[in-house]
Write a protein that binds this ligand. Structure first.
Ligand code: 26Q
Length: 812
């Protein structure tokens, strides 16, 4: 494997140098925090050199680059991943021997960079790792939020949010680039003027805000490349309004200052839900405008003209959030580079590609026309022109079909539809799992699919398996290395070789022992963090993901209540002892989600009051779920809950992290679960419930939750128990939600899938209780089949099928 060539002595010198230069301390006086920073700065130096070499290679080869635009990058911690990928973990661990601290302890000092909500943001982070590992020239672009996703505190069962202060501690990873500053303009008005070149638009009286670049590097593993994540911070333009100053209106000058900087203040905590706030729109345009100005300036510096842009650059829109890149690129090409509309449109649509991540109606972005007209007047006129030309084409193709044209239009009924804009302005559109890519062609993008079928493709998501397997589960990797060697770290498809060991009793036994150890470690972590007692000898059943109705944490709870009622009836009923672990944040304003958290916490408390029952049934709510907690939780999990209503979860990526750590999945045929079951084989995954087409069929005929309620006595008892309540509080509102909710009761069909879920849960419990060896065999097969779900594979597909991007392996 390719490691960075650095000796222990050189690492020691690096660290010592940083301590002295930045903190003025000798090694013997250094505090832990100072050592953490000194080590980070040393690692950054190594990455910088690697990055520089790769940059030179990229320039020399005149290679195409990909620019990945995303409002979120959920990076988590970087130190462990960086030293691992660079191949210098041992060197630094040894170099620290002369200090009173281990490398492991330093890892724990790093705050998570939580610049994302969940799946979409974590995917972007995994992709930077895979891009660098595959030797692709790549940059991610996002915003340098002062505050990432809020910290969750549960107070008496109710989620409260605290600001996530990550920068002290996190900012050692960021390099400010004072040479990369761009001006982004808002408000004002557009004046149109006829000149000898035709109609020209002049943008007047705009408010100007500066975007300052901060770079973060992500090294590849056994590779030559380093990806750069460029984060923009908003800064007010320094030439203060002198008129206001001289009028003595100091305070209002300062107010403008504050308003500018608000743009990069905080990440919106919404996941799969749109918040139509003016500030969010500004954030999106801020990201897009600064990034495109940067991309175009660099391209022009290297190649002179912009004509070659499609050959040298692929711009990726991660969901519709950066969709304003389309009109912004048009603006830059036309207004600032004197191109004709047609030439600019050709370039724009050859450069942009778009990934859709959701079909949930509430997550489809639309913006009021008048808001865009006010905040982004020039972008608005361009959008109108894109729309006018598009509708003209549609009119020719579908004469008289107003319904279709209005559905496909970029603007109709005074709203701008960002998904339509994204599809129309991109050369490729993809979904994130096989099922999801089919669903978008039949539903939200049906008209577009009929119009240009060749645009649509699929790239199933993947994970940075080195983070979730190699770094999080070294014990499992030690076993894998003995059995199949270490090659799977670079090439995850090699995990398949592990299948040969499915009948090797000693391997199966070791697998069981490793899981037991990871469970013990997690139980200890949970105790230290929250004072919670978990018995590691119970079966760990885990649902860790954002809290959302469609993900159906409530279905999980209904089944727990079911078992609780059985044990209340007779505590001696034989039952596999289980610990149900929940970890989830709810969007701050999402009442139902918060209510479900409270139900889980109160149910947990209620059960604890029955010590005899608590031996068999433990419910744990882990507070403040984040990337770092996930890295500890995945290896300890035995059952992975992937129980969304079929058709709703675009892919899921947590499902893959559990799988690669040998958990057995209980899940619906939704998102990537479908492909997981194809890869691992039906007998090794626990699929239950309605399928996506059956869900649609029931919807068409009218869903009635009460039918299930009336025909299932178990459900009736559970609903009664909700009304009576837990831990002294009634959950009648949740009972009502399930039975009489409006506009529709039980919108995500928990009642419909309850029986099949319960039956499948029972099957899993029986297997665990009676056939441990069989269980371990299935776990082994899951690990062996997880290789396909590596981000390295997803990125290869994007590069080949969408971006037209080549890997740059330079011979050494
Ligand atoms: C939009 C407008 C205004 C404010 C917020 C938003 C917003 C923010 C985040 C809308 C959606 C999101 C996040 C979506 C998301 O995480 N989707 C998940 O993407 C994963 C990666 O593809 C999939 O695996 C999941 O299935 C999907 O839910």
């Amino acid at each position: 494997m390719k490691k960075e060539q650095i000796t222990q002595q050189a690492a020691k010198e690096l660290i010592k140098g940083k301590l002295s230069r930045y903190f003025g301390v000798a090694p013997s006086e250094a505090r832990k925090e100072q050592l953490y920073k000194a080590v980070v700065m040393s690692v950054r130096d190594i990455m910088l050199e690697k990055r520089h070499k790769f940059h030179t290679v990229t320039k020399g080869a005149k290679a195409k680059r990909v620019y990945y635009l995303c409002m979120e990058f959920l990076m988590g911690r970087s130190l462990k991943n960086s030293v691992y990928n660079l191949g210098v973990t041992d060197v630094f661990a040894e170099a620290l021997k002369e200090y009173d601290v281990t490398l492991e302890e330093l890892y724990e000092l790093e705050p998570d960079a939580g610049l994302g909500n969940g799946g979409l943001g974590r995917l972007a982070a995994c992709f930077l790792d895979a891009l660098a590992t595959g030797d692709y020239p790549a940059m991610g672009y996002s915003i340098r939020y002062d505050y990432g996703l809020f910290k969750q505190k549960i107070v008496d069962g109710w989620q409260t949010e605290l600001p996530d202060v990550w920068l002290p501690g996190g900012e050692v990873w960021l390099t400010q680039r004072s040479d990369k500053v761009f001006t982004v303009k808002f408000d004002g008005y557009v004046e149109e003027k006829w000149t000898e070149n035709g109609l020209e638009s002049i943008y007047r009286d705009a408010k100007e805000i500066q975007a300052v670049a901060y770079d973060m590097m992500v090294s590849g593993y056994d590779s030559q490349a380093v990806s750069v994540l460029r984060l923009w911070k908003a800064r007010s333009v320094q030439n203060f309004d002198m008129k206001l100053f001289s009028q003595g209106d100091y305070a209002s000058v300062m107010k403008d200052d504050n308003e500018a900087e608000l743009i990069s203040k905080v990440l919106y905590p919404a996941d799969n839900h749109v918040e139509g706030k003016s500030l969010r729109l500004k954030q999106q345009y801020f990201l897009v405008s600064a990034s495109l100005q940067n991309i175009l300036a660099d391209h022009k510096r290297r190649y002179g003209s912009l004509k070659l842009l499609p050959k040298m650059a692929a711009i990726h829109l991660n969901d519709t959030h950066p969709a304003l890149a389309i009109p912004e690129l048009m603006r830059l090409l036309i207004d600032e580079n004197a191109m004709s509309w047609d030439e600019a449109w050709n370039i724009t649509t050859s450069v942009c590609a778009y990934t859709n991540h959701t079909v949930l109606a509430e997550a489809l972005e639309t913006w009021p026309e008048d808001l865009i007209a006010r905040r982004l007047p020039r972008i608005y006129t361009i959008l109108k022109e894109i729309n006018r030309r598009f509708c003209e084409d549609l009119w020719v193709r579908f004469p008289g079909d107003w319904d279709k044209i209005s559905r496909m239009a970029i603007m109709s009924y005074n709203t701008v539809k960002m998904a339509n804009l994204s599809v129309h302005g991109s050369h490729h559109v993809n979904g994130v799992s096989g099922l999801h890519s089919e669903i978008i062609k039949e539903s939200i993008f049906k008209d577009f699919y009929d119009y240009t079928p060749s645009k649509f493709t699929n790239v199933t998501n993947g994970i940075a398996h080195r983070r979730w397997l190699n770094q999080s589960n070294p014990e499992l990797c030690a076993l894998l290395n003995e059995c199949i060697g270490e090659g799977y770290a670079k090439d995850a498809s090699k995990l398949a070789e592990f299948k040969k060991f499915e009948n090797d009793e000693s391997v199966l036994k070791r697998l069981g022992e490793i899981k037991a150890l990871k469970k013990e470690q997690f139980a200890e972590f949970a105790y230290k963090k929250q004072g919670i007692i978990i018995n590691p000898n119970t079966l760990f059943d885990v649902q860790a993901k954002r809290l959302h109705e469609y993900k159906r944490q409530l279905l999980n709870v209904l089944h727990i209540i079911h078992d609780y009622l059985i044990l209340k009836d007779n505590p001696d009923t034989p039952m596999q002892p289980k610990t149900y672990i929940f970890a989830a944040k709810a969007a701050a304003g999402y009442y139902m989600a918060k209510k479900i958290i409270k139900l889980i916490c109160y149910l947990a408390e209620d059960i604890r009051k029955n010590p005899k029952i608590a031996e068999k049934l433990n419910v744990v709510y882990m507070e403040d779920y984040n990337v770092t907690m996930s890295e500890k939780l995945m290896p300890a999990s035995e059952i992975s809950e992937q129980i969304s209503l079929a058709g709703k979860e675009a892919s899921g990526t947590g499902n893959m992290k559990f799988m690669i750590n040998g958990a057995l999945t209980i899940g619906t045929l939704d998102g990537a679960n479908v492909e997981m079951s194809e890869h691992v084989g039906n007998e090794n995954i626990y699929i239950f419930g309605l399928k996506a087409d059956e869900v649609s069929e029931i919807w068409r005929n009218g869903y009635s939750a009460s039918v299930y309620y009336n025909s299932d006595p178990a459900l009736r008892k559970i609903v009664e128990a909700l009304i009576v309540g837990f831990n002294g509080e009634s959950f009648a509102d949740i009972a009502n939600y399930l039975l009489t909710g409006s506009p529709i009761a039980d919108p995500y069909m928990c009642m419909a899938d309850f029986q099949s879920y319960t039956a499948t849960q029972n099957e899993l419990s029986a297997l665990y209780a009676q056939e441990k060896k069989e269980w371990n065999k299935k776990a082994l097969r899951n690990i062996a089949a997880a290789g396909y779900f590596a981000a390295d594979r997803s990125i290869r597909e994007y590069a080949e099928n969408i971006w037209g991007l080549k890997a740059l392996h330079e011979k050494e």
